[in-house]
Design a binder for this molecule. Structure first.
Ligand code: HEM
Length: 187
């Protein structure tokens, strides 16, 4: 994945646990460079190794780290030059979620080797919606939970997010039931 992702992983760790913790995680993951180049493509194993090393150094589950990273990513991209793009994706949470593929298509103009996931919205109602997630990368469903919660915060729209596997055979994939909570409730 592009270095932008690994830079954000570093940003999250440094912000919450300090730069010593980051150095221990980086070294445990076998990464020599002090930093990542946003526009350079790194092997996916770099990101996976960082998450694995972080679980060991911090004593946290991978799902906890990935979910926290999802929330952080929404804030990080907003201040790292993608705020306008985020603003243009949608004015409401459901509109934004329906336009995720268009958003990554625009990101791909700046990151030509991008291999973005695909998303599809179904079962939209007053109560919520289902978000379907398709990726060739395994194990990232908790990341999407954190992303959706981060977006919900951005729109001040409290939600509950439940992760599940749906579909059969070739169509089996991760999906998320996003339920709107009453205004003012926290998740
Ligand atoms: C403007 C903000 C955003 C930018 C610049 C961006 C960019 C990227 C980049 C560079 C990657 C790594 C993929 C690669 O290098 O091949 C990625 C992956 C990903 N993005 Fe975004 N993204 C943004 C917002 C979002 C949002 C709001 C979501 C919400 C669902 C999202 C969902 C994902 C997921 C789940 C992945 C992991 C890769 C996978 O599932 O295969 N992104 N994105």
């Amino acid at each position: 994945m592009y270095g932008l992702i690994n830079r954000a992983v570093k940003g999250l760790v440094v912000e919450r646990f300090g730069s010593d913790a980051w150095d221990r995680i980086r070294i445990r993951a076998g990464i020599d460079e002090e930093d990542f180049i946003s526009m350079e493509s790194y092997d996916d194993s770099v990101t996976y190794d960082l998450v694995a090393a972080a679980t060991e150094e911090l004593g946290l589950e991978a799902s906890t780290i990935l979910e926290a990273f999802g929330g952080y990513w929404v804030e990080y991209t907003a201040v790292e030059g993608y705020g306008e793009l985020l603003n243009s994706v949608g004015d409401t949470l459901p509109e934004f979620l329906a336009n995720l593929d268009q958003m990554h298509a625009r990101v791909k103009m700046a990151f030509p080797d991008l291999k973005p996931p695909r998303f599809r919205v179904s079962d939209e109602s007053e109560e919520g919606l289902m978000l379907h997630y398709f990726s060739h990368r395994p194990g990232l469903a908790p990341l999407v939970v954190g992303l959706v919660k981060g977006l919900a915060d951005r729109f001040d729209r409290p939600v509950e997010v439940v992760s599940m596997r749906v579909g059969e055979g070739d169509d089996e994939h991760d999906a998320f039931r996003v339920s709107y909570l009453p205004e003012g409730s926290s998740h």
